[in-house]
Design a protein around this ligand. Structure first.
Ligand code: G3P
Ligand code: CA
Length: 282
């Protein structure tokens, strides 16, 4: 008789361990938990700690509990969607040349890790679909269409890739498509209106006009400016127009604090661990 409680305790402990590890796996993607939280969005993955736009950088972001990762998408010569920031491979790989002039087989042979450190030698340029398949349901994914005018049809290709995975449904903030090219964003929006899009803005000394915000709000759910443009007033105006904002290129803890104080909804940073747990301002 005395053994019975011990057996139950052991079973209870095993159940708790398994339940705990499952929560852990899903934690970053749990919308109920992130609902009012200022989101940590890993810029090109956790690119402060690992080579940008590689699986190593995305895995680091996941380990650091980032709610979302941001990545850049372009197209290879043979039409594959590849994750790469620059329009040439020169800076971040051991190869040379334009992404659009190299086939996927040529791109995948390149070392995309050694430029960052020897520890990451052999990291590959991932395909968009590999990242989606690995991280969907674990973290949200912000897909930036990088220089889409170089890649006619890239909007449709990204839309097809999402549709094939049933990632074209509304919601949950799991997938966002962003770009500095607003015409391309509009094209994507008309193909897949259920997937939210984000307007990227580079620094502009003139700020953002009401006319621009009105226009953006006709197709976008987010306005993501360079962090130097953000102040409380701009955040309030973006909110007033029914959109949210995830400023980017955040590299210092002080900047993160200032942005959170200004009321932003998320922070796109190469150091996702700097964001911490903060409730959004009402
Ligand atoms: O998320 C915004 C940001 O990624 C835009 O800048 O040059 O790092 O792609 P960039
Ligand atoms: Ca980007």
């Amino acid at each position: 008789m005395k053994r019975l409680p011990t057996v139950f305790m052991v079973i209870g402990l095993v159940v708790m361990v398994f339940a705990g590890s499952e929560n852990n796996v899903l934690a970053n993607a749990d919308n109920s938990k992130r609902d009012n939280k200022v989101l940590s969005i890993a810029h090109r993955g956790a690119a402060g700690y690992a080579p940008e736009n590689t699986m190593a950088a995305f895995e680091k972001a996941f380990e650091m509990k980032a709610e979302m990762l941001e990545l850049d998408v372009q197209m290879s010569k043979d039409g594959e969607l590849v994750v790469m920031h620059d329009t040439t491979v020169d800076r971040t790989t051991d190869g040379a040349g334009k992404v659009k002039n190299l086939t996927y087989d040529e791109l995948k042979r390149l070392d995309a890790g050694s430029y960052f450190s020897k520890e990451f030698a052999g990291e590959k340029i991932p395909k968009l679909e590999e990242v989606l398949d690995e991280y969907r349901g674990k973290m949200g994914i912000v897909i930036e269409m990088k220089s889409p005018s170089l890649y006619p049809g890239i909007e449709q290709k990204i839309a097809d890739t999402l549709k094939e995975r049933n990632l074209d449904t509304p919601t949950n903030n799991d997938i966002i498509v962003q770009s500095f090219d607003h015409e391309s964003l509009k094209a994507f929006h008309s193909i897949l209106p259920e997937v939210p899009v984000a307007v990227l803005l580079d620094f502009n000394p003139d700020g953002v006009s009401d006319q621009q915000l009105t226009e953006f709000s006709s197709f976008a759910k987010y306005v993501n400016p360079n962090k130097t443009m953000i102040d409380k007033k701009l955040v309030e105006r973006i909110h007033k127009y029914g959109m949210e904002t995830y400023p980017w290129d955040v590299r210092e803890r002080e900047s993160v604090k200032a942005l959170i104080k200004a009321g932003v909804d998320g922070v796109i940073t190469i150091y996702p661990d700097y964001v911490g747990k903060h409730q959004k301002k009402e």
